[in-house]
Design a protein around this ligand. Structure first.
Ligand code: TK8
Length: 337
């Protein structure tokens, strides 16, 4: 046994012990074994749909393609994994467009605060011209994004210190935000004190009180048990967020065309189902999270949007994204600035 296989066996074994690793193993060794990483627990709909997708890919390719799923940041935090997918050490990865913004700044445009009023707007932009624009920018790197973006949901805010009822409540608050210039800029617009922390380190940052709060969709607050280390849940719905299903171009192009087609079809189909699951789950968690002891409040989103407007947030990002990209966004959302 070489050291490499030994280490590989060990990490697979320890991951299996942790309950986090699963794979649809074809009976004979697959011709192509592809690694897909994400940062979410197995209980999140993303991983249920990913597992189903891996099974469909194995079946439709007659066992020629095996998709191994590495959930819960097993291969590293998002910043590390993005590096690995760029280098081809990981084949597929689902990532927030905003975090992808550390590599492709244009991708952050879908995360502009209070832009999309509802899911109809979200998908009319992202399945339409705005999404095509972003995917074209991503494709200028060593990675690409499949057509159908996956859903994360509208983001809400949790804290351990006080509820967010009006924009002023953010003032000076130590908040975890994911690594992304737009996220930092937006929370500076609210006069909070944001720190960029990867999702994999978020629970412990909250637990050890390095930060007071964080923001994420309810499905994540529930499945990643963020409620264990927070007291208040404020339904700020300050931005919609999703996941581009990213692939390393070279590793994908190594597959013969028929297998590429099978993978593409199944990734896009799973994305559509995952959208439904996530939207439903996010809609139905308020009572569950109250049951975990969180105190829940709603806000008037207009006040928050006005605060960002007067902080110059929209004007600043319009300039950064450029008039053409901004026009694609406003075509769907109406005037934001
Ligand atoms: C979930 C997350 C998340 C992300 C973050 O997969 O880091 O908070 O945006 O919502 O990746």
């Amino acid at each position: 046994q070489t050291r490499r296989t030994f280490l590989k066996t060990m990490s697979v074994a320890s991951a299996a012990l942790a309950g986090g690793f699963y794979t649809t193993r074809a009976s004979a060794a697959a011709e192509f074994t592809l690694k897909y990483a994400n940062n979410l627990p197995l209980t999140h709909p993303m991983n249920a749909r990913a597992k189903e997708m891996a099974e469909a890919i194995a079946k439709e390719s007659n066992g020629r393609v095996e998709l191994r799923i590495y959930p819960t940041s097993q291969l590293g935090n998002d910043t590390d994994t993005l590096g690995q997918v760029r280098a081809g050490a990981v084949d597929f990865f689902t990532l927030s467009p905003l975090i992808l913004g550390t590599l492709v700044p244009a991708a952050q445009i879908s995360g502009v605060g209070f832009a999309f009023k509802d899911y109809k707007q979200v998908y009319s932009a992202l399945d339409g011209e705005l999404g095509a624009h972003v995917r074209a920018q991503i494709a200028k790197t060593s990675i690409f994004a499949f057509e159908n973006i996956w859903d994360n949901g509208y983001r809400v805010t949790t804290t351990s210190t006080k509820p967010i009822t009006k924009p002023e409540d953010f003032k000076g608050m130590k908040l975890r935000v994911p690594p992304s210039p737009l996220w930092t800029s937006m929370f500076k617009g609210f006069e909070a004190s944001p720190s960029s922390i990867n999702f994999a380190e978020t629970y412990s940052a909250l637990q050890t009180k390095i930060v007071e709060g964080q923001e994420n969709p309810m499905a994540i607050i529930e499945t990643a048990k963020i409620y264990e280390v927070q007291k208040y849940l404020s339904i700020t719905n300050h931005m919609w967020d999703g996941f581009w299903f990213l692939g390393n171009k070279k590793s994908f192009e190594r597959l013969p065309q028929d297998l590429q087609d099978i993978v593409r079809k199944n990734v896009n189909a799973a994305g559509l189902k995952q959208r439904d699951d996530v939207a439903k789950l996010n809609d139905n968690l308020t009572e569950t999270l109250k049951g975990h002891g969180l105190t829940v409040n709603t806000v008037n989103p207009e006040l928050f949007r006005d605060k960002l407007r007067s902080a110059g947030f929209y004007a600043e990002w319009k300039k950064k994204f450029g008039d053409d990209a901004w026009a694609l966004l406003e075509k769907v959302t109406g005037k934001l600035e």
